[in-house]
Every structure is written in structure tokens, then in C-alpha cells.
Design a protein around this ligand. Structure first.
Ligand SMILES: [Ca+2]
Length: 316
């Protein structure tokens, strides 16, 4: 409409001007210009129509996209609600059914389970065919040079490197009698045969915090030789809580770990994790002193750091 009005005005101006200047003989030129203007008007009108059609097509496409987005939004909403339902359905029965007093309650199972001891302590533990893991180390991803409060509650990842916690351990052991097994693996570089050995103890108790988690251990049998006998009837020590028998110094600080130290140790399985067989310091790593033979040529076994170590308990 606006375009037509513009041309109408132009036409009136042109005609008026042509009549006015008729005598000057320039009206012929003006008429020719009028044809040009008509042609221009037609061209512009055509382009205008084309643009209108394009805009209309684009508007249709945007509308289609909006419709599709609405459908996708609805689908996402449906999926979210389905996931929530699934989550609730999974967590509720699993939490209840997985509460066992120790892994011996379901000896066919291997993996993480929720333990609830008879005195009501709730925590997760790693189960393996009836064995309940106390700690597991195999790659050094978790630091073990930690405080009393960290040892008290436990740390690490239950399905990876972890320690179950002294309060949880004491609570577990109160329920019934257990035997304990310590498994050790050397680094492949030593090419030992066998490179894995174990130590089992038929007597194993850990007291409450009130008795500083005092250890009772005895009745050895196995292939790794006994590096725990010296630690029987000792209290637990961390670098911030010295209960060891070494006067005027802390075994935990000296040997970079935490353990049932005397003055100080034959085993230091909570010591530093070394990325290689040789420990950076005497007795500071995952030590098992009485392993048969020399683990390093011409070196005391105190200088050796095992690749893997674990401790687990089994119902007697
Ligand atoms: Ca001391």
C-alpha cells in the first residue's frame, strides 16, 4: 500500500511538471522517465512479493521447529520422571536387603555391601565370597599417612583402596569370632615364585577406642611368615596420637604411617605406598619384614615395599 501511494504521488508530480513545462519541449523526456519509473515499480513489486513469500516460508519453518522442540521437551520430561521412578525403585529395596552383619551372611557375593552390625553401626564394606575386607591397597591412590580421627571413621573408596575404620572394625569383631588373612604381592620385577603369599591368624580382636583399639592377634599359619607376633597386645598409633612403646618419639612419625606399633615394627602395612619395589626410607613403606628370603639383593626386607596388601576377616 505504501509503495502504491508513493508511485501515485510521483505520477501526479510528474504530470503536473510535464504540463507546466510543455512549452519548453522537455515533456517527451519526462514521458520516457515515467516508463522507467513504471518498470522500476514493477520490478520492486515483484521483489517485494518474492520476499513476502520467503518470509512466510521461514515463519512456517520456525513454527515447525518450535513444534519439534515442544515434542523433545515433553520426551525429556517423560524420561526424567521415568529415571526418578527407577532410582527410587532401585535404592529402596537394595538398602534394606543389603544390610548384613558381615559378608559371611551372603558368602556367594563379591562387591560392595552395606553392613549393619548387631550394635547398629552402619557402613559399607567390600565383600569377597564371605570375606569382609578391612583394608585394601594396590596402586597408591589413597594416602594412608592420616590422623587418628580419620583412622577412627575410615577412608578411601570401598570398591578400591580403602580402610574400613577402627570403630567399624571393633564393632564387627564384637559380633562373633573371626579369623584374619593378610595377602601380600610383590612387584613383578622381583620375579618371585610365588610372588604372592599370605598370613592367617586364628585369633584376632580389636578393642574399642577407650582401650586405644588394642590389638589381639595370634595363631599364625601361612606362607608369608609371621610379622605380626611382635604387635600382639599393642595400642593403635597415628602421627597425631602416640600410643607406641618408643620413648620420646613417635613410630608413626618415624615410619610415615599408622599401625599397632611397639617400638616400632616388623610390619607397616599402613606405611607409604612406593611406586617401585625399593622404599625411599628404611621401614617407611608397606613393610613385611619376615617374608622368606631377601626381597632386594643385599638389602634388609625393611627396604622393600609391596605392590599389593590387604587384610580381610572370615567367620570362624
Ligand atoms: Ca612414642
Amino acid at each position: 500500500m505504501r509503495l502504491d501511494q508513493s508511485f501515485a504521488i510521483l505520477w501526479v508530480v510528474f504530470t503536473f511538471s510535464c504540463i507546466k513545462e510543455m512549452n519548453a519541449g522537455s515533456c517527451g523526456n519526462r514521458l520516457s522517465r515515467r516508463k522507467d519509473i513504471d518498470h522500476l515499480r514493477e520490478t520492486l513489486q515483484f521483489e517485494n512479493d518474492e520476499q513476502k513469500s520467503e518470509i512466510s516460508s521461514l515463519a512456517q519453518q520456525v513454527s515447525d521447529i518450535n513444534d519439534k522442540l515442544s515434542t523433545i521437551k515433553e520426551d525429556i520430561g517423560d524420561m526424567k520422571s521415568a529415571m526418578t521412578t527407577l532410582k527410587n525403585g532401585m535404592s529402596q529395596p537394595m538398602l534394606n536387603s543389603s544390610e548384613i552383619t558381615d559378608c559371611g551372611e551372603d558368602s556367594s557375593y563379591s562387591g560392595v555391601r552395606t553392613i549393619k552390625t548387631t550394635e547398629g553401626r552402619l557402613f559399607s564394606a567390600y565383600c569377597e565370597q564371605g570375606w569382609t575386607y578391612i583394608f585394601k591397597r594396590f596402586d597408591g591412590s589413597v594416602a594412608f599417612n592420616l590422623t587418628w580421627s580419620e583412622y577412627k571413621k575410615g577412608f578411601g573408596e570401598t570398591n578400591a583402596e580403602h580402610f574400613i575404620g577402627l570403630d567399624n572394625l571393633a564393632s564387627l569383631l564384637k559380633q562373633r569370632n573371626y579369623e584374619i588373612r593378610i595377602d601380600l604381592a610383590t612387584w613383578p620385577e622381583t620375579n618371585e615364585n610365588p610372588s604372592t603369599r599370605y598370613a592367617e591368624y586364628s585369633d584376632f580382636k580389636v578393642a574399642d577406642e577407650s582401650d586405644k583399639y588394642r590389638l589381639t592377634i595370634g595363631g599364625y599359619r601361612g606362607t608369608a611368615r609371621d610379622s605380626m607376633a611382635r604387635h600382639n597386645d599393642t595400642e593403635f598409633t597415628t602421627y597425631d596420637r602416640d600410643n607406641d612403646k618408643l620413648k620420646n618419639a613417635s613410630c608413626a612419625k618415624k615410619y610415615k604411617g599408622a599401625w599397632w606399633y611397639t617400638e616400632c615394627h616388623d610390619s607397616n602395612l599402613f606405611g607409604l605406598y612406593s611406586p617401585q619395589p625399593k622404599c625411599s626410607g628404611f621401614g617407611e613403606c608397606m613393610t613385611w619384614r619376615h617374608w622368606p628370603g631377601k626381597l632386594l639383593p643385599n638389602k634388609d626386607n625393611y627396604w622393600y615395599s609391596f605392590k599389593k596388601a590387604s587384610m580381610k576377616i572370615y567367620r570362624k
